[in-house]
Design a protein around this ligand. Sequence first.
Ligand SMILES: O=P(O)(O)OC[C@H]1O[C@H](O[C@H]2O[C@H](CO)[C@@H](O)[C@H](O)[C@H]2O)[C@H](O)[C@@H](O)[C@@H]1O
Ligand SMILES: O=c1ccn([C@@H]2O[C@H](COP(=O)(O)OP(=O)(O)O)[C@@H](O)[C@H]2O)c(=O)[nH]1
Length: 469
Amino acid sequence: MARLVVVSNRIADPRKTAAGGLAVALAEVLNNTGGMWFGWSGKILEQPGESDGDVKLQQAGAVKLATIDLTREDHDAYYLGYSNGVLWPVFHYRLDLADFDAGYIAGYRRVNQLFARKLAPLLKDDDIIWVQDYHLIPLAAELRALGCNQRIGFFLHIPLPPPLILAAIPGHDWLIRALFAYDLAGFQSKADHSHFSEYVRSEAHAQDLGEGRWRAFNRTLQAGAYPIGIDVEEFVGLTEAPEGREMYERMKREYSRRKLLVGVDRLDYSKGLPHRMRAFRELLARNPETHNSATLIQIASPSREDVSAYSDILHELESLCGSINGNFGELDWMPVRYMHRTVARARLPGLYRASRVALVTPLRDGMNLVAKEFIAAQDPENPGVLVLSRFAGAAEQLREALLVNPYDTEGTASAIHLALQMPLEERKTRHQALMKTIQKYDVHWWCASFLDTLAQARSEESGTPWLRL
Ligand SMILES: O=P(O)(O)OC[C@H]1O[C@H](O[C@H]2O[C@H](CO)[C@@H](O)[C@H](O)[C@H]2O)[C@H](O)[C@@H](O)[C@@H]1O
Ligand SMILES: O=c1ccn([C@@H]2O[C@H](COP(=O)(O)OP(=O)(O)O)[C@@H](O)[C@H]2O)c(=O)[nH]1
């Protein structure tokens, strides 16, 4: 069996449960193949000469972790600047938040070249390489330029917008051309995949070879939708583990007189947190019976705080939570409990299970794993209700959730009201259907279907030097 090499901006020690669903899944395939995980160490070098520039190798069970440090200059231009100041907002349809500083792209290219230079010597001829996410779009092109002929796949975890939005990025053609250095490009949803197809047809004049195969720039690329799932069994296990049960009992005790609503998100403008708060405020304003009864616990974990759009959203959210509590709160009831902190993953299942409703209402999201985790954590005999934005990738699969348009404050408030009042039988029927979907399309399905396709996909011209960017 060929060795799997996963490359991503962040890596996690797969032996730790806190690492998250993706890490758990990748760890399993990496373990089976004795694979390697290559990425940024998370360390930023403030002083020149602080590091020897070597790759740090560490064995984590059967998985080899290979990490490199980044200089402050590289990190700021590549991660904060181009990845999260240009690609993230544009790919989430937020041209208004993009900062097209010409200096960022040089840093992005420099770090992708650095990744390629450090990774290439560690590769074996028959390795299968799987590159994750928008930070590393040009990595395959850089590897090819160094003579790497291995099969290389790419998975985009965030949405891909329609061509006319993508085309606003100076150098967008360069980015998409770079994708053709891969053998397989995977997207979260059919919508994202169709945006890719429209783009390569209209902007790159690619030849459609059928069944998701495209010919352009002297290469053939296979593309498709591979919606990421969670490890349902692992998550159910966490729910039933002592920490999960203890958290559930505590929340039930603490909120015995209330119906809990829960939101768990990185504090990111794409997650639609202010819109969610306005919908919750509307619910309280229109339905006096919810007073003293409904409590929203909103966890907003700190994220990318050095990018200015992220500090703006923090202030907006804090002010909204404050005004809702100020206007509607009672001596013995606060409508919103807001925490600007990361909660350990092992504590989330208990919180999800104790909640009657989950609010997953992003303005745009690649997938949204919280939606799937909430379903997995429910008691099938008394399940909660998922209120889900139609603009999350997850909405393509989770049709039995209450789908909402988060820009429609009144409509979202009505859906939350419906969710709070939904009879047990309807909750059970919806939950059964949702559970079936997340079990069928779990994270193991995601890994296997992507890797099986990659094993078949092969451009006829591998390793051609034309892609040197
Ligand atoms: O690494 P950070 O900058 O701290 O950000 C965390 C991750 O955020 C993004 O997650 C996406 O991937 C999820 C799994 O496929 C998906 O459910 C979600 O909709 C996406 O937003 C990002 O894409 C990751 O690379 C980051 O590590
Ligand atoms: O305080 C927090 C907030 C989030 N998460 C986890 O982070 C992941 C978030 O993934 P999602 O796809 O929902 O969104 P992303 O943050 O990747 O955009 C989920 O597994 C959450 O359980 C966590 O462990 N603690």
